[in-house]
Design a protein around this ligand. Structure first.
Ligand code: SAH
Length: 489
């Protein structure tokens, strides 16, 4: 129930403000819904506190037993109607035998302590009305829209607040919600013709808050025909088109995601991700989202680009909010344009959300800049490979002293790159740093020179970014302590 969820978020905030500190806290009570049909619940007391609890308990299918020497007239009536069993006397040992729950509601601390002790010995879970510290469980404020039940608890801290929230929810949730939910349940299968995700959610939202209540005014028999009409209209409606966010997931550390990326993941119906995106980031997607690994599973070792394009378009056409999640920045060696062409050709709207590219993450680990005044006024982002094999580059320009390049996908091409640059006159002593798993738990920095590049690369197994022309800052400091004369030579 999305509406309830939205309210819950607000409630949590309200509670945080009341506590005066917006931080996470551990629950002292764990909310559960307990099976009580046909089980025994015992209550001791016959006054107002007992009546308040009994009104709730009589909504259940439990066998309720009351012990009260002086029971209020309502309790006697309920007993005559067989809605509960009444023993007009005080409690004695054994009276709470086999009870799942026990309420001490005598409004008298001494008597409550005595009966609670009996109930404990009889093996029941005990609640003492208005005595939080001696109670084993507490009863929440309840909004009952059977079969939808909302339980509100404040850990005993603010019953007034719980009641205010209950009133608020009662106003928000139409009284017929229960009836609508019961009828809706019988129609769930039929709605499976709609695509999973947004289309189905929208269908049910309109049912609960618009078509449903309207048709119910004509009587319960009018609801199913109204649902059938609503479904037919939804299917006929010009196909609802979704949206695609092409999101840069950054180098792997979830903290390096942009806020926009987080928001997109929060809204996603479908997430289609690359092999390089770690699960710690995928876990941030909306819980109901379908996660599709376009890097491997189901498609063999590497999914053909055409299949990925088709997958994105298929889900968006079905009305889904698709997040295409790519490592680093989607615009850097991400085959973004092919996906954009497919999305645009399908008439689907899209947004590109930038991410931190591997070069930025890698260079940050070695305390260097990608560009530096007096050293290099340009930096090249190059790839070791392209679709045709090892990628050709302007090797002559790169071989010039002071050049810097960030080399993506440079692992298997290391020997080739080393050979090309050396052949074009690059100094074998040119510093090279390989950053493996940048920003991720297995991060490693390998320092090398152009002359040792391929040997060093042999020890690298994870995703790695090669920084050509850059050494880690600490090593540079050592160089700079040499007499200037020597550095210049
Ligand atoms: N769009 C991505 C690059 C995709 S190409 C980006 O902007 O970063 C894949 C290559 O990126 C890998 O072969 C590797 O060279 C590099 N890469 C991606 N993530 C990396 C990481 N966490 N550490 C080092 N290199 C990484």
């Amino acid at each position: 129930m999305f509406l309830i969820y939205a309210d819950a978020v607000q409630l949590t905030r309200t509670l945080f403000y009341i506590r005066g500190e917006p931080k996470r806290h551990a629950m002292q009570h764990f909310p559960i819904f307990m099976a009580v049909a046909g089980r025994r619940i015992v209550l001791s007391g016959g006054g107002d506190a007992a009546l308040a609890k009994l009104r709730l308990l009589l909504k259940t299918e439990a066998n309720v037993t009351v012990f009260a020497a002086d029971p209020a007239p309502e309790i006697q009536t309920w007993a005559q109607q067989d809605r509960l069993t009444l023993h007009p006397r005080g409690m004695e040992p054994g009276d709470a035998m086999c009870a799942v729950l026990f309420y001490a509601a005598n409004e008298d601390a001494t008597e409550d302590a005595r009966v609670a002790d009996i109930a404990h010995r009889d093996g029941a879970r005990v609640n003492i009305v208005d005595n939080l510290s001696d109670s084993q469980f507490i009863t929440p404020a309840i909004v009952d829209r059977d079969p939808v039940v909302v339980a509100i608890g404040t850990e005993g801290a603010a019953p007034v607040l719980a009641r205010a929230i209950k009133r608020d929810l009662e106003e928000k949730l139409p009284a017929q919600l229960g009836t609508l939910a019961r009828i809706g349940k019988t129609f769930r299968r039929a709605v499976e013709v709609l695509p999973f995700g947004k289309a189905r959610r929208d269908f049910w939202a309109e049912y609960y808050f618009d078509h449903g209540p309207k048709s119910l005014e004509l009587g319960e028999d009018a609801v199913i025909p109204a649902l059938e009409d609503h479904l037919a209209n939804t299917l006929n409606k010009s196909e609802e088109v979704g949206h695609v966010d092409l999101v840069g997931a950054g180098p792997g550390d979830p903290d390096l995601l942009t806020l926009k990326a987080r928001k997109a993941l929060d809204k996603a119906d479908v997430v289609i991700h690359d092999r390089l995106v770690p699960h710690t980031i995928l876990e941030l997607a909306r819980r109901e989202a379908t996660i599709i690994d376009a890097g491997k599973t189901g498609f063999g070792p590497s999914t053909p680009q055409g299949d990925i394009d088709a997958l994105i378009v298929e889900h968006a056409r079905a009305g889904a909010h698709v997040v295409r999640l790519k490592a680093g920045d989607a615009t850097v060696f991400g085959r973004l344009d092919e996906e954009l062409d497919a999305i645009a050709a399908a008439g689907v709207s899209y947004t590109i959300i930038p991410g931190i590219t591997a070069a930025s993450a890698a260079v940050a680990t070695i305390g260097q800049s990608l560009t530096k005044r007096g050293r290099n006024s340009a930096v090249r982002l190059i790839t070791g490979h392209d679709t045709k094999g090892y990628a050709d580059q302007d090797w002559r320009a790169l071989a010039t002293p002071g050049e810097v390049a960030a080399i993506y996908m440079g692992r298997t091409a290391a020997r080739y790159i080393q050979g090309r640059l050396t052949m074009h006159g690059a100094d074998p002593a040119t510093p090279v740093t390989i950053v493996e798993h940048a920003s991720q738990p297995g991060q490693r920095i390998h320092t090398a020179t152009l002359g040792t590049l391929s040997d060093t690369m042999a020890g690298v197994t994870g995703p790695a970014l090669t920084l050509y022309g850059l050494a880690p800052r600490a090593a540079l400091d050592a160089v700079e302590t040499l007499p200037l004369q020597e550095v210049a030579q």
